[in-house]
Ligand binder design. Structure first.
Ligand SMILES: [Zn+2]
Ligand SMILES: [Zn+2]
Length: 339
């Protein structure tokens, strides 16, 4: 089959690789849509991982089912979480492989879905493989994973409709978070980001005000919009020193800071800034696929205005360039069955 293989820094090439072989607990999925993720870009920019086939945000049709897998049939449209349990840890020994504390991840430690087919080595319907209701397109299916991260993170903050929530960093996770907050009935959602296409999307999803962090001082704008009181909850989706400092400064007494963005570098911070205001810092990493599938099915959230670019598998290199550099890019999708 054809796959997009990482060869070095910013060097992705299409090549022929062996077809995947289905493990007894696995399924093979013919890939219809696969998103380029910010996490993929870290490896792509830095190259520690020659030979990697990316792609963990995907959907497609099941074409083969391992002999030990029950409750799902070939032909099912699905999305999946790809992991391979270690078999040795506390959880694995109890047979709770889905909780494995040392799992290998699809699209990083073993081949992902930027290919014609992908092998999901550990397929449990409802836990790692999720059938797509007919209301969901393949693009929707490939968006469930990033959406689930936003959904999980928002839920960690338990916002009330009357809370004022700021979303800092308008990548895909931040933009989906804006949608989910609005779907939960949070009246006042402020958002700060950089690229014009993303600022426009946040506006469309109901954030107000939307702050252009490249042109204005985010903190000043947030304080102005809140009568200098600050916000109840901050979703820090950018993951750097500046945005962390802003989050601490804009949270009002007793507020929460949800740490969602991936920090590439260590922070320098003064804990007194958190202690003095009785703030709660909350780490957020997790997902809930069924909840998100329901949100998409009932149209409470949408991938429209998020999926901005589509490329065939042959243009995978271009897809990565677009996700990294194109100011109009929000989420770039690779559609392996399209030419
Ligand atoms: Zn991702
Ligand atoms: Zn394990």
């Amino acid at each position: 089959m054809k796959a997009a293989v990482l060869h070095g820094v910013r060097d992705i090439r299409i090549q022929t690789v062996p077809d995947p072989v289905c493990a007894p607990h696995g399924v093979i999925v013919k890939v219809n849509a696969c998103g380029v993720c910010g996490s993929d870009l870290h490896w792509y920019k830095e190259n520690g991982h020659e030979g990697a086939i990316f792609g963990h945000e995907f959907s497609g049709d099941i074409v083969e089912v391992g002999k030990n897998v029950q409750g799902i049939a070939a032909g099912t449209r699905c999305t999946a979480v790809g992991f391979s349990p270690c078999g040795k840890c506390f959880w694995c020994k109890q047979g709770k492989m889905h909780r494995c504390s040392d799992m290998a991840l699809l699209g990083y430690q073993f081949p992902g879905a930027m290919a014609e087919y992908v092998h999901v080595p550990f397929a449990i319907p409802g836990r790692s493989v999720f059938p797509l209701p007919e209301e969901l397109s393949y693009e929707d299916g490939a968006s469930v994973e990033p959406l689930s991260i936003s959904c999980f993170s928002v839920n960690r903050g338990q916002p009330k409709p009357s809370d004022i929530v700021a979303v800092i960093g308008l990548g895909v996770i931040g933009l989906y978070a804006v949608q989910i907050l609005k779907a939960l009935g949070v009246e006042k959602v402020l958002a700060a980001g950089r690229r014009p296409s993303r600022l426009a999307a946040a506006k469309r999803f109901g954030a107000h005000p939307v702050i252009d962090a490249a042109a204005e001082d985010t903190l000043q704008a947030v304080m102005q919009a809140t009568d200098q009181l600050g916000v109840n909850t901050v979703l820090e989706c950018a993951g750097n020193q500046t945005t962390f400092d802003q989050a601490v400064a804009m949270a009002r007494g007793g507020g929460k800071i949800l740490l969602v963005g991936i920090y590439e570098e260590a922070l320098h911070w003064q804990p007194l800034s958190v202690i003095g205001k009785n703030l709660t810092l909350v780490g957020c990493l997790g997902g809930n696929f069924p909840a998100v599938i329901e949100l998409l099915k009932t149209k409470k959230v949408s991938t429209e205005n998020i999926v901005s670019h589509r490329f065939g598998l042959d243009q995978a290199a271009e897809a990565f360039r677009a996700q990294l550099q194109d100011p109009a890019a929000v989420k770039v999708m690779i559609m392996p069955q399209e030419r």
